[in-house]
Write a protein that binds this ligand. Structure first.
Ligand code: NAI
Length: 492
């Protein structure tokens, strides 16, 4: 069988990664770059990485080396079956690259763009044969990131999309077909976690380190959103957030905050500049000293509503649960969607003694406590001591409808539901994309099932009602599945 030939224009970070996975998977890669010597340098960098893998027995350096070529000009792309461009993210430059390409490639060659933010339709519109143009969106670093989005442009033919899905699989990736929409699937989907964490920060519910710790320990995210934004850099995540927010005509679900913009504009980009949400010293985030536990647990508490978690904490800490409110004991609650203020009004409770504990997610390692404004700090501290005696780390936050974990998970699930509703991809591919490209502990639609689809829906309805903010309006996909008692993965 003839060897498939893939032309790659742009020998930077992405072009090199694509060339590496091609050569390692038996596909001829021809590299071209506009900067003098850049393609040769790119090839050498790829070979260095392959040599390292070969030393560990994970690659065949000779075979891969024979498949890595450098082009001296566009004419060398004449035999290519596919060409993917990974040049600078500018529409005019990409259009010019495709115009040059179409002068030399075969009529049946397929042309792809690795753009992360430009519409494929805008790139293809100046092409002679727009039907053979589509997106092939890899993630950085390419050899590590298994997902590739095959973006169907408005003019892309079925054959073009099929051929790119097949190429993606032959490159050792997991290809998913997505629509040509702002941020495609992954860069849109990733907005919920970051922007809801930012909304919580803006409301002064808790500092970054507390929000990150809750989302890691109670929701299973590998990194907290602020750690993650500092790692990717504000120069990457702020423009992507803006592009997606503008692309969806300022949908409040995708809204960021002035603080995010301010870090970007001030050049406080995260790890790479030594400062972002956190300050870094010797590559490590400088976190505030942990404050020693204050107070001792109460002798007894009263439950606002019965709940297994509250009973388990009291049993582990050996604290009595009173059958009736004695007017003095802390009142414990485990609400969904409500803040302490709303809860105290609904159940006519003494807000000074009310301490809410988040029942959501994993509660065996860390619990989150919140109180209403004006609450008795000594009461809150005594409940914190109770939780510590029950073997939990404690995060104390200000009053927030849905604490931190419920709000963030509900927003993540809601956006994934909206993505499924728009059919950017089928539900199973939506979940796969989040796991492979964003390293979520599980797909967000499966997460909605695990937490309870109706529960997630109710949290959002309550949030929207309490805040008056359409940011929290539930997706119709979520509403229908919640009301019908169906899995969030149920197809349309
Ligand atoms: P980069 O800056 O590392 O490399 C771009 C390369 O293209 C440079 O070597 C430059 O000399 C070359 N170039 C510029 N104009 C050219 C032209 N007219 N003809 C030939 N070569 C030209 O950029 P990077 O990060 O590799 O990004 C490339 C593309 O991939 C962009 O469209 C970007 O949006 C996209 N992308 C980047 C990701 C990332 O995390 N870096 C992730 C996914 C997509």
């Amino acid at each position: 069988m003839a060897v498939t030939t893939l032309g790659i224009i742009g020998a930077g970070a992405m072009g090199q990664g694509i060339a590496q996975v091609a050569a390692q998977n038996g596909i001829m890669a021809i590299l071209l770059d506009a900067a003098p010597g850049a393609a040769e340098k790119g090839r050498a960098a790829v070979m260095q990485r392959i040599d390292k893998l070969a030393a560990k027995g994970q690659a065949d350096a000779a075979a891969a080396g024979a498949l890595l070529k450098v082009a001296s000009g566009y004419a060398d792309f004449a035999p290519c079956d596919f060409v993917v461009e990974a040049v600078v993210e500018r529409l005019d430059v990409k259009q010019a690259v495709f115009a040059e390409l179409e002068k030399v490639v075969r009529d049946d060659a397929i042309l792809a763009s690795n753009t992360s933010s430009l519409p494929i339709g805008s790139i293809a519109r100046t092409c002679r044969k727009p039907e053979r143009v589509a997106g092939l969106h890899f993630f950085n670093p390419v050899p590590v990131m298994k997902l590739v989005e095959v973006v169907r442009g408005p003019a892309s033919s079925e054959a073009t999309v099929r051929a790119l899905l097949d190429l993606g699989a032959r490159l050792g990736r997991t290809p998913i077909e997505v629509k040509d929409t702002p941020g495609f699937l992954v860069n849109l989907g990733g907005r919920a976690l970051n922007t809801e964490a930012l909304a919580i920060l803006q409301e002064n519910v808790a500092p970054c380190a507390t929000i990150d710790a809750i989302l890691r320990d109670c929701c299973g995210f590998r990194m907290g959103p602020f750690e993650l934004m500092d790692l990717t850099g504000m120069d990457v995540n702020f423009p992507v957030t803006e592009i997606v927010w503008n692309g969806y005509f300022n949908d409040p679900r995708l809204r960021s905050t002035p603080f995010h913009a301010s870090l970007f504009r001030s050049g406080l980009l995260g790890r790479k500049t030594g400062s972002g949400y956190y300050h870094y010293q010797d590559g490590k985030a400088v976190l505030p000293e942990a404050t020693p536990p204050a107070g001792s647990p109460p002798k007894a508490v009263v439950l606002a509503e019965d709940h297994d978690l509250l009973r388990a904490l009291c049993a582990a800490a050996k604290v009595e649960i009173l059958a009736r409110d004695d007017g003095k004991a802390p009142i414990l609650a485990a609400p969904w969607g409500e803040d302490c203020t709303a809860l105290s009004q609904r159940l006519k409770l003494d807000a000074k003694r009310l301490v809410a504990i988040d029942p959501a997610g994993k509660t065996d390692m860390r619990v989150t406590l919140m109180t209403a404004p004006g609450a008795d700090a000594a009461v809150r501290d005594s409940v914190a001591a109770l939780c510590r005696d029950a073997g939990r780390q404690v995060s104390v936050i200000a009053d927030s409808p849905g604490f931190v974990a419920q709000r963030v998970v509900a927003m993540v699930a809601n956006l994934a539901c909206e993505i499924a509703q728009m059919q950017l991809a089928d539900p199973a591919s939506v979940d796969k994309a989040y796991q492979l490209a964003l390293a979520y502990p599980m797909g967000p639609l499966a997460m909605a099932d695990a937490w309870g689809v109706k529960r997630i829906y109710d949290v959002l309805v309550t949030l929207q009602q309490i805040t008056g903010d359409d940011r929290y309006r539930p997706s119709q996909w979520l509403r229908r599945r919640a009301l019908l008692g169906l899995s969030a993965l149920t197809p349309a």
